[in-house]
Design a protein around this ligand. Structure first.
Ligand SMILES: NC(=O)c1ccc[n+]([C@@H]2O[C@H](COP(=O)([O-])OP(=O)(O)OC[C@H]3O[C@@H](n4cnc5c(N)ncnc54)[C@H](O)[C@@H]3O)[C@@H](O)[C@H]2O)c1
Length: 57
């Protein structure tokens, strides 16, 4: 079992770039992640792409 299993993670600025890459790594390692970005469309796209549990703006 992953050390991040059962953890909830909120990543700001994760609609693109470094934030999105960090969010994706957390998901791959077992965490449930909320993608947050000032750009709502980017946040939604990123969340769909990486399989995030939620989106916040
Ligand atoms: N990419 C690199 O190689 C690199 C290297 C060193 C430092 N940095 C720095 O790291 C930071 C992130 O880089 P990046 O390449 O991921 O940038 P990026 O511009 O690709 O992504 C940043 C994301 O943050 C979002 N954002 C901007 N302001 C926000 C706010 N107030 N609240 C929420 N979301 C916000 C943007 O909409 C965008 O989706 C920047 O400050 C950059 O200068 C980047």
């Amino acid at each position: 079992m992953s050390e991040l299993e059962g953890k909830r993670v909120f990543v700001t600025g994760s609609g693109a770039g470094i934030g999105k890459a960090i969010a994706k790594l957390f998901i791959e390692r077992g965490a449930r992640v909320v993608v947050s970005d000032i750009d709502a469309d980017a946040a939604k796209r990123a969340a769909d792409e990486i399989g995030a549990a939620g989106v916040a703006n």
